[in-house]
Design a protein around this ligand. Structure first.
Ligand code: UDX
Length: 442
């Protein structure tokens, strides 16, 4: 099938690449000429496992193309995905200007039936606004034309986005047009792996589903983080509790890890946007507000622990930071807890040596230049002479370090672990002073 994807960020690029992998002819459009140049030269502007390979393969096969030519891109696809950004406005609502600009462009250039698919996470009611924008652009040309607007939210996890896209749990399609549903079914059938994973529903329910999913997941995390705080006080171990509750299939084992708080491009933004939608409609989402507040507090928990150990004035102290990305396998620094932790430690006069296996360039871009913050090239370099190690992101290579070398490098063997990577009892026998999240003996 002929598909156009507007926006070559995480969502657009992964979607376009995976659709081309299934034999579709995909044209990806972006206004950012630099990005398009990188992509056409075989480069990938983001770190996402497996993505480079499928982009390269499909570009070589002529099934995947990148362009800044709006008219040509609109002419190409019967299915037009909108996968542009929806950054939060100051009031927490999703800023739809890029989505609506994409819709207007489609209306300006289309000459035949199109299925316009909202892939970006957009509030309930956006499909109707997209429809209006397309209609208005057509009317400006003196035209009326048949088209459908479909909501097809993405459920891609960064770091596993290609896998999630190629092997989805479910494909949510919100549509009120039978022809559009048939086309969407045809497009997605190759991804279904022996089960019908297409959930067809009305448009507002599809739009809502995405927010509900992310809000539920964020709630689990904040809830576990709160329980971890209490566990610490009463001498319970959140890791045992996690296993104890996760074995109940109603709860399930996934996504129950206490840590330094959730970050990334989705949870913080979507939680805020849903709270905002609630307010607009006179529904106070008190649980979700508490989820957000708990997360803000959680991002500072490691700092609180450091202050409890070293005092409020951290001048003259140096800390080693391991991990800056908001989670492993990505270089994404958006809403990363590390940013809050770095700011708070610097504000207290500490100096920092930070290392991340992949996100160093991104980290330099978003927090470079801060006095007292140094980026170093290895775990060991970060540790040398530091007062303590602070683990922020659970990269695999941090899971089983050379503890003896670690001890030798640190000024004193103190570890603050925001991801519960190590066994407190083992750390004790090794002679470490080990502080983690909600653990006995830490
Ligand atoms: C998320 C959703 O999972 C995905 O379906 C949606 O489409 C986009 O948002 P992503 O932002 O890539 O994906 O990250 P995810 O792996 O879900 O993690 C989000 C945050 O929660 C991370 O900061 C992570 O460290 C944190 N987290 C996750 C925990 O603190 N504990 C957990 O148990 C799981």
């Amino acid at each position: 099938m002929k598909v156009t994807v507007v926006g070559t960020g995480y969502v657009g690029l992964v979607t376009g690449a995976c659709l081309s992998e299934m034999g579709n002819h995909v044209v990806c459009l972006d206004v950012d000429e630099r990005k398009i140049r990188i992509l056409n030269d075989g480069g990938i502007p983001i770190h996402e496992p497996g993505l480079e390979e499928i982009v390269r393969r499909n570009v070589a096969a002529g099934r995947l193309q990148f362009t800044t030519d709006i008219a040509a891109a609109v002419a190409h696809g019967t299915i037009q995905f909108i996968g542009v950004g929806t950054p939060p406005d100051e009031d927490g609502s999703a800023d739809l200007q890029y989505v609506l600009a994409a819709a207007t462009n489609i209306g300006r250039h289309m000459t035949d039936y199109k299925v316009i698919v909202d892939k970006s996470t957009v509030p309930v009611g956006t499909a109707a606004k997209v429809r209006d924008a397309v209609r208005a652009a057509l009317a400006a040309r003196g035209l009326e034309m048949d088209f459908a607007v479909v909501s097809n939210p993405e459920f891609l996890k960064e770091g596993a986005a290609v896998e999630d896209c190629m092997r989805p749990d479910r494909i949510v399609v919100g549509a009120d047009d039978d022809r559009a549903v048939l086309l969407m079914r045809a497009l997605y059938t190759p991804f279904m792996r022996n089960h019908d994973r297409l959930l067809v529903m009305d448009v507002p329910s599809a739009e809502f589903t995405k927010y509900a999913a992310n809000a539920m997941l964020a709630t689990r995390i904040s809830f576990m983080n709160e329980l971890a705080r209490l566990a610490e006080k009463v001498g319970a171990d959140i890791e045992s509790v996690r296993k104890g509750i996760g074995s109940d299939p109603r709860i399930g084992t996934h996504f129950l890890y206490a840590g330094t708080g959730y970050g990334g491009s989705c949870f913080p933004k979507d939680v805020k946007a849903l709270i905002h939608t609630g307010r607009e409609n006179g529904v106070e989402l008190g649980v979700l507000q508490a989820v957000e507040d708990a997360n803000d507090r959680q991002k500072l928990l490691l700092v609180d622990k450091i202050v409890a150990r070293f005092g409020a004035d951290l001048a003259g102290r140096r800390f080693a930071l391991w991990g800056l990305a908001f989670k492993p396998n990505t270089d994404d620094m958006r809403e990363a807890p590390s940013r809050v932790i770095v700011d708070a430690l610097l504000a207290r006069g500490a100096s920092l040596r930070a290392y991340d296996p992949v996100a160093m360039d991104e980290a330099r871009r978003v927090m470079g230049g801060a006095a007292g913050l140094e980026f170093v090239a290895s775990q060991g370099e970060a540790l040398a002479g530091a007062d303590a190690l602070v683990v922020i992101t659970e990269w695999k290579e941090f899971r089983n370090p050379d503890f003896e070398a670690m001890k030798a490098a640190l000024k004193q063997p103190v570890v603050f672990d925001g991801r519960n990577l190590y066994d407190p009892a083992y750390m004790k026998t090794l002679g470490f002073e080990y502080r983690a999240i909600g653990r006995i003996g830490a």
